[in-house]
Write a protein that binds this ligand. Structure first.
Ligand code: ADP
Length: 454
């Protein structure tokens, strides 16, 4: 087992990884920017190294500084968390070249899944269902031909895309030139390659993803699904497991398909396969080769600590259990709480004057915040994740309502009021929502012509 792990991240996920290490008897090294000198993960880690100025490109994305910190402190592994360098194959390669273990899959697997065209190809070969799609598009004419072959609407995507950038939808031949040209231009500006391709555009899908764990010896389990359809600007807001849209048989079926595909690809460590789900069918979208923000809902219903499993697998341990040992229990929901104006979503960094997190049975809060903490303006605005777990979806919703009521955060605005509103809407309560539901709900709330019945 590793003796010392460097945590190449900040915020709640740095703390999450520190906690797992501590419980495994592993020493931790925090790295931090100048702006994060007082952060909780820095205070709790065994050692801390400042790796640069506030800007992420100078610190949390600064590969040589992070690797130097690992060498100086004698860390034998690096956990990248999520975001930042977690899916950067070049970083993983550099880490391994220095004789340090990167906690994640292999560099080749990261490269395969990091490119949407090769990932789609691997998915098809491994038996995963995908939307109809094209190879790389060479010209506008090429795009038009493929769009007619697949049938409108279509979505053009950058092969190296991420964060929702470089994606354009076309509904007819009239829009195809603009969609192709703009997607290519956006890709050129944001990513290493401007190569784009096309997929059938689904109009009312849900976002349902499957969590997998695989060791280096070909053992694979799936840990069920997470429904992440409550989104804004392609950013997840609330996640739950199990999905209200699936029955037991559908869950078993997609679980088996995924398990076999992962075994065939030979993937190793924790991973998430993201699907769009519409009219009873799944369509593979992409695989995230890292820990997800929403992993705690899976931990709640399976009792498996995903971070500890990532570390054990990276150290060469066997899973030690098979699919039939995985028991799913009850229902879990996560709310991402951001320091933002809940109407406009404008970030609202500042000083936390008072902080009281909810507790009690079935309530988990993952957060780096403490009273008096100054939220720096340089990073993501998520300041806490509230996760509830109960026997049924209804009981989980009641618990979530009560926990949100107990949460006190003074000094900055947060999205807690938005969460309270969402979870009291009849469609949410009935589980009847797709990936567009939240944006439509926000529009209807903000539209002055709408009769709000007040
Ligand atoms: P990124 O890597 O940039 O996040 P994804 O491929 O994961 O891009 O897609 C991001 C989001 O775009 C999805 O969550 C979904 O809302 C939408 N999307 C992507 N592909 C399709 C599609 N074929 N049909 C409908 N919506 C899509």
């Amino acid at each position: 087992m590793f003796e010392k792990i460097l945590i190449a991240n900040r915020g709640e996920v740095a703390l999450r990884i520190h906690r797992a290490c501590r419980e495994m008897g592993i020493r931790t090294v925090a790295v931090h920017s100048e702006a994060d000198a007082n952060a909780m993960h820095v205070r709790l880690a065994d050692e801390a190294v400042c790796i640069g100025p506030a800007r992420s490109t100078d610190s949390y994305l600064n590969k040589p500084a992070i690797i130097s910190a690992a060498i100086i402190t004698g860390a034998d592994a690096i956990h990248p968390g999520y975001g930042f360098l977690s899916e950067n194959a070049d970083f993983a390669e550099m880490v391994e070249k220095h004789g340090i273990t990167f906690i994640g899959p292999t560099v080749e697997q990261m490269r395969l899944m990091g490119d949407k065209i090769t990932a789609r190809k691997a998915a098809i070969e491994a038996g995963l269902p995908v939307t109809e799609g094209s190879p790389a598009l060479e010209t506008v004419e090429d795009a038009r031909l493929w769009a007619n072959k697949i049938g409108y609407p279509i979505i053009i995507k950058a092969k190296d895309g991420g964060g929702g950038k470089g994606m354009k939808i076309a509904f007819s031949d009239d829009d195809i030139e603009e969609a192709y040209t703009m997607a290519k231009a956006e890709a050129k500006a944001a990513f290493p390659s401007d190569v784009v391709y096309m997929e059938k555009y689904l109009q009312h899908p849900r976002h349902i993803e499957m969590q997998v764990l695989a060791d280096k010896y070909g053992n694979v389990v799936h840990l069920g699904e997470r429904d992440c359809s409550i989104q804004r600007n392609n950013q997840k807001v609330i996640e739950e497991s199990p999905s209200p849209a699936l029955n037991e048989q559908q869950r078993r079926e997609i679980g088996e398909i995924v398990r076999k595909a992962i075994a065939k690809i030979g993937y190793c460590n924790a991973g998430t396969l993201e699907f769009l789900y519409e009219n009873g069918k799944f369509y593979f979208m992409e695989m995230n080769t890292r820990l997800q923000v929403e992993h705690p809902v899976t931990e709640a219903i399976t009792g498996i600590d995903l971070v500890k499993e990532q570390i054990r697998i990276a150290a060469g341990a066997q899973l030690g259990y098979t699919q039939k040992d995985i028991q799913f229990s009850g229902h879990a929901i996560e709310c991402r709480i951001n320091a933002e104006n809940p109407q406009t979503f404008v970030p609202c960094p500042g000083k936390i004057e008072e902080w009281h997190a909810p507790g009690g049975l079935g309530v988990r809060v993952d957060s780096e915040i403490y009273s008096g903490y100054q939220i720096p303006p340089f990073y993501d605005s998520m300041i806490a994740k509230l996760i509830v777990h109960a026997g049924t979806r209804n009981a989980a919703l009641m618990r979530l309502r009560r926990a949100l009521e107990e949460f006190v955060i003074m000094g900055v605005q947060t999205t807690i009021p938005l969460h309270q509103e969402i979870i009291s809407q009849p469609e949410y309560l009935d589980g009847q929502y797709d990936i567009h539901w939240l944006e439509k709900f926000m529009q209807s709330k903000n539209s002055p012509t709408e009769d709000k019945g007040e």
